[in-house]
Ligand binder design. Structure first.
Ligand code: ATP
Ligand code: MG
Ligand code: FE
Length: 349
């Protein structure tokens, strides 16, 4: 069956079409520019933008795949986590499509989508694999088996800020444009990663090996920039960005490789928006190669939010024979990641 995936948890409206693990086409609209002057996503603006983009984005995905509405065999949609109003628009649209086409509806966990994105590029995920999810709202190390059937094991999460949030907030202090993550990445190209030694939290001998904390590095970077300003100096933003990126990438990849070693897992998958970061990618490559671990990272366009990744999970659920969601299913803005699907019946083995 051709599975249509819908993503609307934040500021991107995404639609993707997947059949048997293959991406047939996807399309994306973003309300990012409308949030720029507020310095962060405004939920009401995001929700209205989804309403405007939903139909055109679905149309465009179908056009790119060379398919018609009647070719859709199932609809998968992000039900959480995310912004409540934003999620509601996507879910209402997905329900309407599923009902009018007479096809099953699947509720998908947004982070399971980020994980499944990699399978669209590199084929089915090995069982087991260690997954490092690094995004705007999450930083977690997971042990993943069969995404459609098995519970996901959380090895560790961030105790405070997510890595993407840290990039976004420090970028503001550095005077870099919104959104901060990609701006830090660009600025870092001209900087020296050893210019400043920012803290690497929770990497000591007694620390939780899989927990993260980025509020300390965020504060240190802000203080460093402020110090320059107080002395009437220009902030060497490129050096700050490169050093920040180095500190974050160091901690992320060190802990991820340690998890693979500890659990005897041969594959590390790095996903989520921050997996688009140049230094995270290059350091992960180097450390995995040194440890004999296979590294999988989706192409940049599939790292950040998109509809293809939601379709990828839907496709796994369809092929695993999972139970579809009832049409009265609702959103869960703070859904915990235990299962890829939020439909309870889909969890029975
Ligand atoms: P979540 O998936 O946790 O709900 P989200 O959907 O907002 O959060 P994503 O779309 O997965 O997050 O990723 C967006 C985040 O990734 C932002 O914090 C953004 O700054 C960051 N990001 C994107 N590209 C880069 C990059 N090249 N370097 C660093 N960070 C980046
Ligand atoms: Mg986004
Ligand atoms: Fe996301």
């Amino acid at each position: 069956a051709v599975v249509l995936g819908i993503e609307s948890s934040c500021d991107e409206t995404g639609a993707g079409l997947v059949r048997e693990g293959r991406l047939l086409g996807h399309a994306l609209a973003s309300s990012m520019d409308e949030h720029a002057r507020f310095g962060g996503v405004v939920p009401e603006i995001a929700a209205r933008a989804h309403l405007q983009s939903f139909t055109p984005v679905v149309r465009q995905a179908l056009d790119r795949a060379g398919l018609r509405m009647s070719d859709i065999g199932a609809v998968a949609v992000t039900t959480g986590p995310g912004l409540s109003g934003a999620l509601q628009v996507g879910l209402a649209g997905a329900k309407t499509l599923a009902y009018s086409l007479g096809v099953p509806l699947y509720g998908v966990h947004h982070l399971a989508g980020h994980v499944a994105a990699d399978a669209l590029e590199h084929g089915p995920l090995p069982d087991p694999c260690v997954v490092l999810i690094v995004s705007g709202g999450h930083t977690s190390l997971l042990l993943v088996r069969d995404l459609a059937r098995d519970p996901i094991v959380h090895l560790g999460d961030t105790l405070d800020d997510a890595a993407g949030e840290c990039f976004d907030k420090v970028a503001r202090v550095f005077g870099l444009p919104y959104p901060g993550g990609p701006a830090v990445d660009r600025a870092a190209r001209d900087g020296d990663p050893r210019a400043v030694r920012f803290p690497r939290a929770l990497t000591g001998p007694g620390d939780d090996p899989y927990a993260f904390s980025f509020s300390g590095v965020k504060t240190a970077a802000a203080r460093w920039a402020e110090g320059h300003r107080l002395r009437g100096e220009e902030v060497p933003v490129a050096d700050g960005a490169a050093s920040l990126q180095e500190a974050v990438a160091d901690v992320l990849t060190r802990k991820a490789v340690a998890a693979c070693r500890e659990f005897g897992v041969g594959t590390l998958v790095v996903v989520g928006g921050v997996a688009a970061n140049s230094r995270v990618r290059s350091l992960a490559e180097r450390r995995c190669a040194a440890a004999g671990i296979t590294l999988r990272v989706p192409p940049r366009g599939l790292c950040t939010d998109n509809g293809a990744m939601i379709a990828a999970v839907g496709d796994l659920l369809v092929r695993a024979g999972a139970e579809p969601a009832p049409l009265e299913v609702s959103v869960d803005p703070s859904a915990p990641l235990e299962y890829a699907s939020l439909t309870p019946l889909a969890q029975t083995p």
